[in-house]
Every structure is written in C-alpha cells, then in structure tokens.
Design a protein around this ligand. Sequence first.
Ligand code: F3S
Length: 501
Amino acid sequence: MGYAIAVDGPAGAGKSTIARLVAGKMGLTYIDTGAMYRGIGIFTSDAGIDPDDEEAVSAAVAGVQMDIRYPDGAQHVFVNGKDVTDRLREEKTGNLASRVSRYPAVRSRLVQLQRQMAENGSVIMDGRDIGTVVLPDAQLKIYLTASAETRAERRCKELLEKGEPADIAEIQADIEKRDYQDMHRDVSPLRQADDAVLIDTSNMTIEQVVERIEGLALIRRKNPKVILAKTAGFCFGVQRAVKTVYDETKGSGPLYTYGEIIHNESVVNDLRRHGVTVLDSLDDVRKAEKGTVVIRSHGVSKDVYDTLEEEGFRIVDATCPFVLKIHQIAKEVTSGDGELVIVGDRTHPEVQGICGWCRKPAAVIDTAEEAKSLIFPENAKVTVVSQTTFNLQKFEEIVEIIRAKGYNTIVCNTICSATEERQTEARRIAATVDAMIVIGGKKSSNTRKLYEICKRECPETYLIQTFADLNLIPLAKADSIGITAGASTPNTIIEEVLHNV
Ligand code: F3S
C-alpha cells in the first residue's frame, strides 16, 4: 500500500474540497468515492440493467472495473476502460447512483476497488467509512466536521451565490436529520475511527484545514522520536484543587471558585458547565447569592477569607500546602522587625495573596536590577521567599545580589519541588531535541517560565494551549520532538498532542 489518507465526516463538512486540495499539494491521487457510485449508476444504465433489480445489479457489478486518473490535471473516471466523466454530474446519473448504492453488493465491489487503488498508489479518499471500513490501515485518518450551524450557513451562502432561494433554518434541520441517519444506519454508520484526528473546521479557513492535514501527514511520514517529560501536567496542588471543585459539584447550593481554579480554559469551561461560577473580586462576592467558595491552589490574601466569612459563605480551602507555608512565613516575618523580600511576579495572584498576609509592606522583586536597587537599614534582618513557580537559576542570582549587600539574610527557597523538577527535566529534554512543545494556558506563569527555559536551549520551541494551536509544517522538519506541559495542563490535552505528534 502507498501512502493513504482517509477523510471521513458528516455531509457538508467540506471533505471533498479539502481532500482535492491536499491531493494537489502533496501529489496524492484523490479518490472521489461519490463519483465511483455515479460510475456504477452509468454502468448499469449502459448495460440495460434495471437499477431497481437488486439481483441483476449485484451480479453485474461483481466484475466491473473502475479507475480514476488525472491526465490533464482534472479528474477522469473510467468504467471498464470507458471515460464517463462528462456524464457524472447529470441529474439522471445522480438518481441512478442513489438507487444502486443501497445494495450491499455494490458497496462491497466499490470497497474492493477503492482498496485496490490505495494499494497501487498514494491516495487521499473521502467518505463516511473510509477510516473505519475501507482503509482501516491508512497512515493518517481525519474526521472532518463542523457544527450544524456552520454547515447550514455555508450551504446557504452557496445557494444565494447561485441565485437560488435558501432558508437557513430549513437547511440546518435537514443537515441535523441527515447526520442522525448517517450515524444510526445499520451498515457502516458514520463514526470517528478511534485513531482518527478530529478537525473541527467551524472556525477555520479552507487553507488552515489543508495546512493542518498536510502538517499531520508530513509528521506521520517523518515519524520523529518523541520524548514526553515525566513531569508534564498537573502537579499535586493543582490536581487536589481541581478534584476538590469537582467533588463539591456533587453537593447542593451555589458553587464558586475565587478566581479561575487553574489557568486552563478547557477545565474552567467544563466546570462552568457543571454549574461553577468564578468570582473575580470582593465586589463579586458581595453581589453573589450565598453558597460555597473554593479557594484555588494559588491561595488568596487574608481579607478575602475575612470578607467571605463576613458575607456568610462556606469556605473550602484548596490552597496548596506549599503556598500556605509562604503565607505563614510572610505573617511571622512582617509581625516582627524583619524585612520580607518576595521574589516573584507582583501581578500574579499567588504573589498578591502572599502580600495579603503581610503585616507591613514587603518588597516584591523579580529581576536582578530590582535586587540591586533594594535598600534596607544597615544590619537589617532580611528574609527572602520566592513565588512557588519562580525560575530557580534566576532566584539564585537574585539571592546572591541581596546577600552581597551584607544584610543579615535568611533565604527560604520556597520554589516548589514540582516546579524545580519540571524545569530541570524540560531544560534537559530541550537541550537534546530538534523541536520542543510546551503546553499550557496563556495566563499560566509556570508554563511561560517553562517556555523561556526551553527556548533558551532549543530555538524551535512552540508554546501552545491545545493541539489546535500547533503549527505542524515547521515541526515536521524535526527528527526529535520533546513535549512538556505546565502544572495546570490536563492530561487529555497532553495525550492529544502526543498522539498526533
Ligand atoms: Fe503547589 Fe507546587 Fe503545584 S506549589 S500548586 S504543588 S506547583
């Protein structure tokens, strides 16, 4: 068998347009299975067989030969050596095709012919059961879909452009009915093959879809060595916080999280579907109906707890124990005559939460320059803590600068070991591969830091939120690819990237 790409999906998802374009770009033969059914319609008509006589049609198709060629760049369909291309689009042919395609013998002869074509060359074939029945061993299987609304809009636009009347509600209802029938028919129902890549084209241009399939095909052909970081994905604190919210959804009454539980859109959206509302500020708290509020792993400042209690909310605290430890240090140091330096991003909720436990202002810094300009009274007792996800090398650099100032310095390295291990492993992998993928939310600080670390070691580093963001064409040049993910990236997303890469 040559190289084969199977494209399945519901009607109106753009399968044939896309398959044709991919064939042109990649030098594959596009096998138009719809045209083959039409060819059988022409064959029975030319042979004088009644298309409603199943027995006669079945006996005749057993020996029929068919071929699809592109001698002048355009598709030509040959039935028993005769070019029938000009008759394929006739209405009479369409009618004959739909009558004969009901017969199992027609289907099975066409499947045989389609498999022969795939054996004799490199092909892309579209239909409803190509990946599941016709070419179960295809090197790449795509399940192309789009929402019923999008497909109805596209169809409506096509009809209007042709000057034909179009009722979008009617078109959408027809599409939904057809989807249902295709998915519930007895013989070869429409379904996504287990190993197919789902591409939802609802918000994609034709060019983007073609590029995606081409990229996937190039990567499959290249078959790069892929190294997945063992530390990729949810850390202990995030896992615990997410589980806490899902457990609470089983209870009754309004359920909230104070801020998004993790920096990951798919998890936050899923929780929203489970009835969880995000409270973004103390103003939101004051306006919300009383219920349960889960505090996320980043933790919050003391005034948030106080307000929630005053307003009569039940608090479920999922603050990571490592962050609670920093709150404790912040409270103790700033209750005495010591000075506190927090090394971290002052805009990050974890750092803001830590500041909210200080009895007097702490210095928040995150660069060597800021460390150099720190001034405390001579012989001051200075305690340094860090945001749990801070870059270790950068922290050590900053600590050296503070120590050199001659204060009585106590360093509490509160960088979480999960972060440290993740960063060390990411750096090690990035140094050995041609391309590196870092998966995580746009707002996730630990993901951004992983990206910075990997980019320094490996210039071809890509930061993505989900597989859909990945630009596959440049990635397909790599012989080896590393994958890591931030602490708030769910396993399902990591697995999707791993499977497709
Ligand atoms: Fe906690 Fe470390 Fe995760 S501080 S939330 S286990 S990154």
